[in-house]
Design a protein. Structure first.
Length: 259
């Protein structure tokens, strides 16, 4: 009988943000903050054996624990690391069990459903040779396709990632041809051993050029697969996106299924 993999979800949540001051503490609806909504959504995922918030902030810890989140504090001198490094730091302090799979759940994307986390992890559970998986959301607005802040993903017919780019890809060489564009959203699952191996890999030319750390996986010859869906996700990176997320959350709570 096959033993089910143990899965740990980690939400990295920094207080500092380049474009929105104290972003994770912004109130979204009914006084609930961005980190609180992300935690409550992620808690609904059925594959997670434990879910924690990792932070360097007293304020974020207070906000997260107010909705029942377990918090792991980063060592302050190391808190400036990127999200994947932050996940590894939190993992080193987690002693309840040794997870087989670690899920990095970005703290500023509360809109996609918990089922996306389940589907992402299930890719690793179904394919023992796969080391890393992610989630891709269909792009419905052609204007978004050209946005450099949106990381587009190209896959083969089995949804293994061929490339990731901030550019408009694939190039529309043949006018009139149709193509469903997808972009990476904020959940990435790795086997525990591969997480540490990834951090030891040197940065790669495309990764540095595009500013997309997942390209390091592909350039070193490893396979990444994504699950695709119509998740209608929107991350909070700019002030206007914060207002859009507030409006979408309010509309969904009122039962509007069109947002």
């Amino acid at each position: 009988m096959k033993i089910r993999s143990k899965v740990l979800g980690i939400i990295p949540a920094r207080l500092d943000s380049t474009r929105i001051k104290n972003k994770m503490l912004e109130s979204i609806i009914s006084g609930k903050t961005l980190v609180q909504l992300t935690f409550e959504r992620s808690k609904k995922a059925t594959v997670l054996d434990e879910l924690v918030v990792a932070t360097d902030s007293d304020e974020i810890e207070k906000s997260a624990t107010a909705v029942g989140a377990r918090v792991i504090r980063w060592p302050l001198p190391l808190a400036s690391k990127n999200g994947t490094e932050g996940v590894a730091l939190a993992l080193e302090q987690f002693k309840d069990f040794i997870p087989d799979i670690v899920v990095n759940i970005w703290g500023d994307e509360p809109l996609y459903p918990a089922e996306a986390i389940d589907e992402c992890v299930n890719l690793l559970m179904e394919d023992e040779e796969l080391q890393v998986s992610g989630v891709a959301d269909r792009i419905t607005d052609e204007i978004v396709v050209a946005e450099p802040s949106v990381v587009k993903v190209l896959t083969d017919l089995e949804n293994n990632v061929l490339s990731l780019s901030r550019a408009t890809v694939p190039f529309p060489y043949k006018p009139g041809s149709s193509y469903d564009h997808y972009h990476i959203i904020g959940v990435m699952a790795m086997r525990r051993e591969f997480l540490y191996r990834f951090l030891e890999l040197p940065q790669t030319p495309l990764e540095l050029r595009e500013g997309v750390e997942q390209l390091r996986i592909l350039e070193h010859g490893f396979r990444m697969r994504v699950v695709k869906g119509d998740y209608r996700n929107l991350g909070v990176n700019m002030p206007d996106e914060l207002e859009k997320v507030r409006a979408i959350v309010a509309a969904r709570q009122k039962g509007d299924s069109n947002v």
